[in-house]
Design a protein around this ligand. Sequence first.
Ligand SMILES: N[C@@H](CCC(=O)N[C@@H](CS)C(=O)NCC(=O)O)C(=O)O
Length: 333
Amino acid sequence: MGLLVDGTWQDKWYDTESNGGKFERPTTDFRDWVTPDGSPGPDGRTAYPAEAGRYHLYVSLACPWAHRALIARKLKKLEDVISVSVVDYHMGENGWEFSDRAGAVPDTVLGKDKLYEVYQEADPSYTGRVTVPVLWDKKRGTIVNNESADLIRILNTGFAPFADNSVDLLPEHLRAEIDAINEEVYDNVNNGVYKAGFATTQDAYEEAFDNLFRTLDGLEERLSGQRYLTNSNEPTEADWRLFTTLVRFDPVYHGHFKCNARQIADYPNLFGYLLELYQWPGVAETVNFHHIKGHYYTSHGTINPTRIVPKGPFQDLTVPHNRHRLEAREAAA
Ligand SMILES: N[C@@H](CCC(=O)N[C@@H](CS)C(=O)NCC(=O)O)C(=O)O
């Protein structure tokens, strides 16, 4: 794993030393938008028009951030509109690479072997990490956006002429609530597990661990009284953003990232909620445990030098979730 510096690949792990052993996720660089007619995006961001076949998504099935974008594409029924490449699950000295391993899909757009070559194509002097997900514009030959939080929103409304608009992942009247939940869940859960796992001092690890389980305990409490995270009849982006971490938790974060106060399976409400979201039409097809476990356990040599992938846990996410008993608050009102 590494990064591009002035367009040249360098094999480097994250720097935690300059920051008291704490892992800090770098910010992303490509932040343009797609709108139905190319009119500017939120906050006046430059946008390009939605077109079928014009845009391509580069993802990893292992990555919780890329998974968000894949779920949004699935729920908005944009699979025939936006094509996809899936990188190999192993992230080694060349970063993400394409392969013909089961579940991987080669780079059908540019024919590259490595994801960093896609970034070089977008900007030959790019400096920064080479991350998934990436939304590529085939027409202009560059990256539109590589920030998953943006991509969920781009997919929710940007492709409206082609999308299933009966699904709204960000209902306007819930936006403030969703933004507040996202912030807490991002800091303490989505990124929290990485802060625990990539910490290089005991204090940094314990701080992340405590914030993570305090937040999970709070979410368990919230989900004991309502079906989803917000006052909605259906899951919103806040739920899908939590889901991609929850589904990786017991197989990976509990052991590999030392997030082991409890498993999600120990939380009756969070686990039922995880089951329901996993069983949501189309979603299980976006979950690949072989890529998920294979990635984390073989790619982080500093954490798991033997690269042995644990066999367990043996979870069945298809059992009844029993969440029907909780009326969505909106429906009950
Ligand atoms: N802010 C980005 C973060 C994406 C991200 O960090 N992806 C990871 C995979 S889980 C990655 O590609 N890491 C490669 C690296 O940091 O070198 C987003 O949410 O889209």
